[in-house]
Design a protein around this ligand. Structure first.
Ligand SMILES: Cc1ncc(COP(=O)(O)O)c(C=O)c1O
Length: 363
């Protein structure tokens, strides 16, 4: 059985690390995508217990899941398309909604009319990522339209997102910050009062104090996966993906292992069958590249990772029933990600629904 152990003590520690760096700014706990695979409901409740005022999610549905689980605090949901059937309910339950264009503004206004409640809106300006967020050319018009919406809308913040904060000293962070300041000044000149400004994600929170403003939106750092190569900032990995050796056998020289015969024994080799495959989130690109930890040492994955299982070439003794650490304290999710040519974010977030999350370290 493959299990994801989630250490809530590590999350509390990581929150302290971030708070220590950002001092006066609030820390928004980003719990989208099931808290990057760690389990949104449990993580949200742990963060609230640590005094986290704001939670951030991508989808309105994710915000409603938290509401339905009993969360009554501030939540910002920032990614949605016209026609999203959850907008009205978000307005009704006082979820703050990211708004990037006139169409989205009209939909939250419709939600306000339908529910009789003011829609809480955070206007997003695109300062350089070129995904969602209002283009600078459309920004003044969006501000005017928002002010004209009058009592239907309460603007609770203005924000933007950085493209390259994980690259130390990248010039674009400075350029995006200047554009953000200009966009805020434009909005104020038109008459908008801005109660909250935010720009930073985890790498910016950790590396770029000039981006902290009133609040930082922090996801990956809370989960203890460093967003910056070569610097762990004292963060502790919250998730360990742990499995079991199901069986051990010896293969002779010339024998191929797993689908497609992508690895063939060049000497008599002891191989272990490990439970866990791409259905559990272990990428197929780990085949013949990544290593896992068994009995105190690393062993290479050999042959293709399959849907439910993979094989390792044992570098020492192992027996059925032995524990296999796929990632955790060592190798870390970032180590595993490098071998798979991806990022630690993807490794933890993709852990599949059939992997039970076991929570340890609750205060
Ligand atoms: C808009 C926005 N803000 C903040 C975050 C959190 O980023 P990180 O996990 O690097 O802290 C994300 C995550 O992708 C995001 O999309």
């Amino acid at each position: 059985m493959t299990t994801a152990t989630v250490d809530l003590g590590a999350i509390a520690h990581n929150l302290d690390v971030v708070r220590g760096v950002v001092s006066d700014a609030e820390v928004m706990g980003v719990v989208k995508a099931d808290a990057y695979g760690h389990g949104a409901i449990r993580i949200a409740s742990a963060l609230r217990g640590q005094g986290v005022k704001w939670l951030g999610v991508a989808l309105p549905r994710e915000a409603l899941d938290l509401r339905e689980a009993g969360d009554t605090g501030r939540i910002l949901a920032w990614l949605w398309a016209p026609g999203d059937e959850d907008i009205e309910r978000c307005v009704a339950t006082e979820v703050d909604l990211g708004v990037s264009n006139s169409r989205m503004l009209q939909e939250v206004c419709a939600g306000a009319i339908a529910t009789g409640k003011k829609a809480r809106v955070q206007l997003k300006v695109d300062t350089g990522v070129s995904r969602n967020g209002c283009s600078l050319s459309q920004w003044p018009a969006l501000i005017v339209e928002t002010l004209e919406a009058g009592p239907l809308v309460e603007v609770t913040g203005v924000w933007s997102h950085l493209a390259n904060a994980d690259i130390p000293n990248d010039r674009s962070v400075h350029e995006q910050r200047l554009l953000f300041d200009q966009a805020c000044a434009t909005a104020e000149a038109i008459g908008l009062v801005i109660p909250l400004r935010h720009l930073a994600n985890s790498p910016a929170a950790l590396l770029c104090p000039e981006t902290h403003y009133d609040l930082v939106r922090v996801g990956i750092a809370l989960y203890g996966v460093s967003p910056v190569a070569g610097n762990d900032f004292g963060l502790r990995p919250a998730m360990a993906l742990v499995s079991t050796v199901a069986s051990v056998k010896t293969v002779d020289v010339g024998v191929a292992v797993s689908y497609g015969a992508t690895w063939t024994a060049t000497e008599e080799t002891s191989i272990a069958l490990v439970l866990g495959g791409y259905a559990d989130g272990i990428p197929r690109s780990a085949s013949n590249r990544a290593e896992v930890f068994i009995n105190g040492r690393l062993h290479p994955i050999v042959g293709r990772v399959a849907m439910d299982q993979f094989m390792v070439a044992l570098q020492g003794e192992a027996r059925a029933g032995d524990e296999v650490i796929i990632f955790g304290a060592a190798p870390t999710a970032n180590d595993f990600a490098r071998a798979c040519e991806t990022i630690g974010y993807e490794i933890v977030t993709r852990i599949g629904p059939r992997v039970p999350r076991v929570y340890v370290g609750a205060p």
